[in-house]
Write a protein that binds this ligand. Structure first.
Ligand code: NAG
Ligand code: NAG
Ligand code: NAG
Ligand code: NAG
Ligand code: NAG
Ligand code: NAG
Ligand code: NAG
Ligand code: NAG
Ligand code: NAG
Ligand code: NAG
Ligand code: NAG
Length: 415
């Protein structure tokens, strides 16, 4: 009786130490065929065999030419210590990748279920160069430069329809599009992710966001390095309760709320976001909020949506050589005349800039802050701001900010 009780206590302690995950019952090791053959079917077979209370080991070099639709996982450990490389077969992937109902985004891998831990020091290789070079010549894109249905550029990893997920110690290279998509999920944490979307030809990388978050809450992204040419992290419609911390971003377009308000008739909410300890180098933007303007058409996909942005904090944000260290733009991807006639209906409030420091690139002369709201933005505050342009001067442009006295810099009206 005592041994039985001790056994139960030991099991309980073990479950506690492992964050209440029972030990995997079963392990599936995935072999690699080699010779460029498709390892997708073997990976899918392992996810089927080891779909609950189990561990999947991906320790080889895998070539993947098949959609990875790995759903209904329950308490699964995925050790990726090898490499998953997607084939650069555009004609095949464009129709075969999974369509994700937002901005025509599609994915190579839809990882879904409850209690998933993806880790192991391995690599996801999106073979993006082929996509970037093709895109450079076709310019086949959707609205605002996004994906098109005829030329899909799949996302290497989507955590979708998922709860309680941890992704850590993974390297991502050459994504054709966004690197990570958090889609309709709750309680997802990324740690120690190293992202590199860098082109080796004269074609730029396109839409190489580190992360996009959509219809998801309680998402944490931390301790990661991103070298790319689009948003470091982007909070798309209905991102709530988000923490982004300890990030090093080089070449990006900023840590961005939005774009929002793209679709007429839709309500977009981004709320309860904390962005802290960010190093933002050689970037287009730093702490950014971007919203489409309004639009007269009730079926517009280029602006006209409503909603709100509320309770956003950017803290300990260091910018170096950044075009717009702090920016709020409510005419994103919208022609000036259309935006003037049909202003954005999305409201912005409760935005706090604490200790945003560093230098702008000088691209916009001495402008280091440009916060322009369509309707009045309430409760915007700034403390500890220490930004200068290259020549040491600084100009702060503000429009429709209710409480300029709560900003620690002196506003100038836009020209
Ligand atoms: C989706 O793709 C189609 C076809 O390429 C394009 O017409 C449309 O504008 C795209 N939608 C968005 C929102 O980008
Ligand atoms: C994700 O969940 C939505 C809503 O339940 C469902 O309609 C959709 O088919 C799911 N997507 C996938 C790929 O399973
Ligand atoms: C979030 O997910 C982690 C990892 O699965 C888990 O340990 C934690 O308990 C979850 N938090 C909540 C509030 O469910
Ligand atoms: C990319 O496009 C530019 C401009 O059209 C062109 O000059 C360049 O050669 C293209 N690069 C590649 C690798 O195709
Ligand atoms: C801030 O982030 C950097 C990584 O960019 C990290 O090295 C440093 O320890 C973080 N600082 C704190 C106080 O967490
Ligand atoms: C950071 O970006 C700059 C400018 O693009 C580039 O010259 C530099 O090599 C990058 N550094 C790293 C470590 O990626
Ligand atoms: C965002 O959430 C609100 C409130 O739940 C909902 O009305 C709206 O349709 C959602 N928007 C999107 C894009 O999912
Ligand atoms: C933001 O957080 C507050 C406090 O936890 C909560 O009451 C509110 O519902 C959250 N807002 C959204 C849109 O999730
Ligand atoms: C603001 O968001 C943070 C999370 O980022 C949350 O902890 C806090 O409760 C929110 N405050 C309000 C007033 O909703
Ligand atoms: C302001 O931020 C910088 C860079 O993130 C950091 O080194 C410094 O300690 C912060 N200062 C205060 C007063 O928090
Ligand atoms: C602003 O930053 C510069 C450069 O890091 C520093 O020399 C200066 O002391 C800072 N000013 C304040 C008021 O913190």
């Amino acid at each position: 009786m005592y041994t039985k009780l001790l056994g139960i206590l030991a099991l309980g302690a073990l479950a506690f130490a492992r964050g209440n995950r029972p030990q995997p019952q079963k392990t599936c090791n995935v072999p690699a065929i080699g010779g460029g053959e498709d390892d997708g079917p073997a990976i899918l077979a392992a996810f089927k065999e080891c779909s609950s209370d189990a561990k999947i080991v991906l320790d080889k070099y895998y070539v993947v030419d098949t959609l990875l639709l790995t759903k209904d996982l329950d308490n699964v450990e995925i050790e990726l210590s090898g490499t998953v490389q997607y084939t650069p077969d555009i004609a095949k992937w464009s129709p075969q990748s999974l369509y994700l109902t937002y901005q025509n985004a599609t994915t190579f891998w839809f990882l879904s279920g409850n209690n998933i831990h993806l880790f192991g020091g391995g690599t996801l290789d999106g073979n993006g160069q082929v996509w970037w070079d093709t895109f450079n010549n076709t310019h086949d894109s959707g609205t605002a430069g996004g994906s098109s249905t005829t030329f899909a550029r799949p996302i290497p990893l989507t955590v979708g329809n998922a709860t309680n997920v941890v992704v850590e110690n993974i390297r991502q290279i050459g994504s054709p599009f966004w690197n990570n998509f958090v889609y309709q999920s709750t309680n997802v944490t990324y740690k120690n992710i190293n992202i590199r979307s860098v082109s080796y030809s004269s074609s730029p990388t396109a839409n190489s966001d580190g992360w996009d978050i959509y219809r998801s809450s309680f998402v944490t992204i931390r301790d990661s390095v991103v070298v790319n040419d689009d948003d470091c992290v982007s909070f798309k419609p209905n991102s709530t309760n988000i923490v982004v911390a300890n990030m090093w971003c080089n070449g990006s377009h900023g840590v961005s709320v939005g774009s929002l308000g793209q679709y007429a008739g839709e309500t977009d909410i981004v709320a309860n976001v904390t962005v802290t300890n960010i190093t933002m180098l050689n970037a287009q933007n730093g702490a950014r909020i971007k919203v489409f303007g309004g639009n007269p058409s009730p079926t517009s996909t280029v602006g006209g949506g409503d909603g709100f942005v509320k309770n956003i904090t950017f803290k300990d944000f260091f910018a170096s050589n950044v075009d717009n260290p702090i920016i709020i733009d409510q005419c994103y991807s919208t022609a000036v005349d259309i935006c003037a006639q049909f202003p954005s209906k999305l409201t912005i409030s409760d935005v706090h800039y604490i200790n945003v420091t560093g230098t702008s690139s000088g691209r916009d002369g001495s402008v280091v802050v440009d916060i322009e709201c369509s309707d009045t933005c309430e409760d915007i505050t700034a403390t500890g701001t220490n930004l200068t342009s290259k020549d040491g001067t600084a100009t702060y442009i503000c429009k429709n900010i209710a409480s300029t006295s709560e900003l620690d810099f002196t506003c100038t009206a836009p020209a």
